[in-house]
Design a protein around this ligand. Sequence first.
Ligand code: KG4
Ligand code: ZN
Length: 334
Amino acid sequence: AAPQLVLGFESSCDETGVALCTTEGTILGQALHSQIAMHKDYGGVVPELASRDHIRRLIPLMNQVLAQSGKTLQDVDAIAVTTGPGLPGALMAGTAFATSLAMGLGKPVIPVHHLEGHLLSPLLSATSPEFPFTALLVSGGHSQLMAVQTLGQYTLLGETLDDAAGEAFDKTAKMIGLPYPGGPALSALAERGDPTRFKLPRPMLHSGDFNFSFSGLKTAVLTTAMKLAGVAQPSETMVLNPQDKADLCASFQAAIVDVLVKKSIAATRESQHQRLVVAGGVGANRLLRTQLTEAASKRGIQVYFPELSLCTDNGAMIAFAAALRLKANPKLLN
Ligand code: KG4
Ligand code: ZN
């Protein structure tokens, strides 16, 4: 039978994403609008602005995807949409639009869990991992280690007890005056810094489980920054000299990557998996990618990453996750 077409929508946070995917797993078209520029002046995502912008962008992005793939809405077999987790208003913009569209077209809706979208995104790469594998999911909202037996069979091995890894990057960056989103800004600055200059904690490195905690690391950066700036109270105007700042970024990045790498390798070994898959925005971090690849190769573990553009939120991963589900269960169309 001819492959079926799934049109997917993502609007859980500050990216509006739309994509068309076949049940063979091929992305026929995708479009993305990031709201980063809009939220930048506020130092973070403003939920109300996010919801309104999703509403503005959904139809133009959808038309772009249809034009790119040479398809019409009538060719679409199912509509996929992120139903959570995320900002409630932002999610509502996407789900209200997608369900209305599906109703109008008389097509089914396939709800997609945002984290499952991230989790399966490495399967869209040219070298795609086979099941089973261990997954490190590190985004702005979540940090989890998971055992993935097969599509839909996921066991949580551990997660963060406080900040997510991306959140730790973002909050630390903000503290030392870097622009939002902090992850990319901080890691760019870290390239010019000395990662051994400051001895920062590796929280829960030896906790014997697969949980994380990053808020203590963030506090350690704050106290170091206050010492360097010669202030007794944290302040918005803490002035650090450029080299101190770069060294602090590099030391922070080294600490967080160290924990992520060691725990991911340990979880992969405990699960007796030969494959480790990384997903989520922090998966774009260059140090994480090189350190993880190096540590894994020593243990005979193969590491898989999503393409850089698919690490952060996008519509392709949502359409793809739904397409895999539809292929596995054609009854979803009834
Ligand atoms: O997956 P994502 O787009 O959103 C959520 O679902 O949360 O991830 C965004 C997060 C942000 O916290 C951002 O700072 C972080 O990923 N991030 C990075 C890098 N690129 C994005 N963190 C560290 N290094 C990077 N290169
Ligand atoms: Zn995400």
